[in-house]
Design a binder for this molecule. Structure first.
Ligand code: NCD
Length: 307
């Protein structure tokens, strides 16, 4: 059973096919409004979420399908001690496809190995978040007209930020990319991400703690929240949480065609005064995420022989 747990589960051709489908949905939404008639998506979210869960659910409704939803470990049998494997087997009896978010790294993989329907990882701990990356890729392709030959700055919590890990994994498959990794010393990109994506493919990257010094070199600036829930102690979080705040003043040093992104939720990383800047793309990302999830649901249901 084909599931999507991490970005490498999708080939470059599939990524571009999903973006093409999303563009077609944007252009002809009526053609898709009954494609999933009678099908059910289960959203199992054992961690807080606004965008990702609602985006999956809106995606399924816009395809004419239905949604079964579990939110918060406290209200499901997880609170009684049920394993992820048993939950996946059970939910496979009710739903045609599952989207799962879980605080533990690897949980979605365990679910996929036990489910008899496709599983989509909607974020597993500090590991990865492939459907956010789908939203990010479409946003970049629409804004820049390409996904290659770009200088991509990633800023903030690059250690625990799973969206960053998935985006590096995806973008490092395109030609001519250069990464600028901007974070406090303690929150650098984990070595496994650098080894698997950047070093293995000889992709140029620099690491710095200073956003202002590099902002003028960037085509993309991907800001992230410091991931409070993954810290071992509150003091460290408080010390690091406001390391980077993007303001109109800093934006003055940036290129006129910079694309500012953020997976959201934002805490303090981007001043609301930047929202009206035409270079701010983060709310477009939200919308693109819904279309990419529609495209992914269609692809996986078709492959599973359920459409
Ligand atoms: C992100 C996540 O859950 O990893 N949010 C999202 O899905 N858009 C980023 C975050 O929580 O900081």
């Amino acid at each position: 059973m084909r599931s999507v747990i991490d970005v490498p589960d999708l080939s470059l051709e599939e990524l571009s096919g999903l973006m093409d489908t999303a563009e077609d949905i944007i252009a002809h939404p009526g053609d898709y409004s009954e494609r999933c008639h009678g099908k059910k998506l289960a959203t199992l979210f054992f961690e807080p979420s606004t965008r990702t869960r609602l985006s999956f659910e809106a995606a399924m409704y816009e395809l004419g399908g239905n949604v079964l939803s579990v939110t918060g470990a406290g209200t499901s049998s997880a609170a009684k001690g049920e394993s992820v494997a048993d939950t996946a087997k059970t939910v496979s009896c009710y739903a045609d496809i599952i989207a799962m978010r879980h605080p533990k790294e690897g949980a979605a993989l365990v679910a996929a190995r036990n489910a008899s329907v496709p599983v989509i990882n909607a974020g597993d701990g500090g590991h990865c978040h492939p459907t956010q990356t789908l939203a990010d890729l479409l946003t970049i392709r629409r804004k820049k007209g390409k996904l290659d030959h770009l200088t991509v700055g990633l800023c903030g919590d690059l250690k625990f930020g799973r969206t960053v890990h998935s985006l590096i994994s995806a973008m490092s498959r395109y030609e001519g990319l250069r990464f600028v990794l901007i974070s406090p010393e303690e929150l650098k990109v984990p070595s496994y991400v650098k080894d698997e994506s950047l070093k293995r493919k000889n992709i140029p990257y620099t690491q710095t703690t200073d956003l202002e010094q590099v902002i003028g070199d960037l085509d993309i600036l991907y800001m992230t929240r410091v991931q409070r829930e993954r810290f071992f102690n509150e003091e460290d979080y408080l010390r690091l949480k406001d390391s980077y705040i993007l303001t109109p003043e800093k934006m003055r040093k940036a290129r006129p065609d910079l694309c500012v992104m953020h997976p959201l939720p934002r805490v303090n990383e981007i001043s609301v005064a930047v929202d009206d800047d035409p270079r701010a793309c983060y709310f477009k990302q939200v919308l693109n995420g819904k279309y990419m999830r529609m495209a992914l649901i269609l692809m996986l249901l078709k492959e599973a022989g359920r459409l």
